[in-house]
Design a protein around this ligand. Structure first.
Ligand code: SAM
Length: 243
């Protein structure tokens, strides 16, 4: 019989293999997340523009202050990929950034890219598991995670780790794929929706997704103040203020 622990080790190995493929960087560049697209726009922006827009919309939505006295000093990026979003946000606020990722390849590339950009002192990277963050409680003004939750087998533990390392008064910003809410007449996803999800899961190591409302409940169970969420094109930002 396979234990949960063995299954997680197996999953992490598959994820590490998946993200060791250099074609990810060729296709996505240093941002490996979806973008923000206006549904009623007549022309579509290019992917890089839409990715930066997603970051800016998430920060705006979270009311992250830009003024010098209140701007965040420390940012943790959970599942940072090769560091595009972390470098962007750290540079924007002149903050210290730490990125963690399960993939040694991503951590190596993140370090090389940020060094090449002259950000080596501001932004650092280390291999770590999002479900076991190697930090003491209450350290980070912003805890940030873009589309890492999609891969994680235990959303309850994920949320409790994000909450644990956030500083009092800090902000957690999470964008991740979620299941759509069911209509009052639906009891489950439609068979073709389940089939599509299953094929995505197998090819991209995606674990069981939960709804946005379920994420909100998980954060509320830690007495977090959750801003009303807004649906973006592909991801949903759940923004939580740590009180
Ligand atoms: C879609 S990529 C997003 C990367 C980055 N956040 C970005 O937006 O560019 C998902 C990332 O989550 C990382 N990941 C998956 N499972 C993880 C885990 N258990 N702990 C830490 N990182 C993990 C993957 O290695 C990958 O870099």
């Amino acid at each position: 019989m396979t234990s949960t622990n063995d299954a997680n080790v197996e999953l992490n190995k598959k994820i590490i293999d998946l993200y060791s493929d250099p074609s990810f960087e060729d296709i996505w560049g240093s941002h490996m997340h979806h973008g923000f697209y206006d549904l009623d726009a007549t022309t579509k922006p290019n992917v890089q523009t839409a990715q930066i827009r997603l970051i800016e919309e998430a920060l705006r939505f979270a009311n992250v202050p830009e003024g010098s006295s209140k701007k965040p000093a420390t940012i943790l990026d959970v599942g940072c990929g090769i560091g595009g979003p972390l470098s962007y946000v750290a540079k924007k606020y002149g903050a210290k950034g730490i990125g963690i990722d399960i993939s040694p390849h991503n951590i190596q590339r993140g370090t090389e890219i940020s060094n090449a950009q002259g950000l080596g002192h501001e932004v650092t990277f280390q291999v770590a598991d999002a479900l076991q963050l190697p930090f003491s409680d209450g350290q980070f003004g912003i805890v940030w995670s873009l589309e890492c939750g999609d891969h994680l087998p235990d959303k309850t533990k994920f949320v409790s780790e994000l909450v644990r390392v956030a500083a009092p008064g800090g902000t957690i910003i999470l964008t991740t794929s979620c299941l759509g809410d069911l209509t009052p007449n639906e009891e489950s996803l439609k068979p073709q929706e389940r089939e599509l999800l299953q094929s995505l899961r197998e090819s991209m190591c995606l674990l069981e997704w939960i709804s946005c409302a379920h994420y909100v409940d998980l954060f509320k169970s830690h007495a977090m103040k959750v801003l009303p969420s807004t649906y973006l094109y592909t991801s949903v930002p759940v923004v939580i203020h740590v009180t």
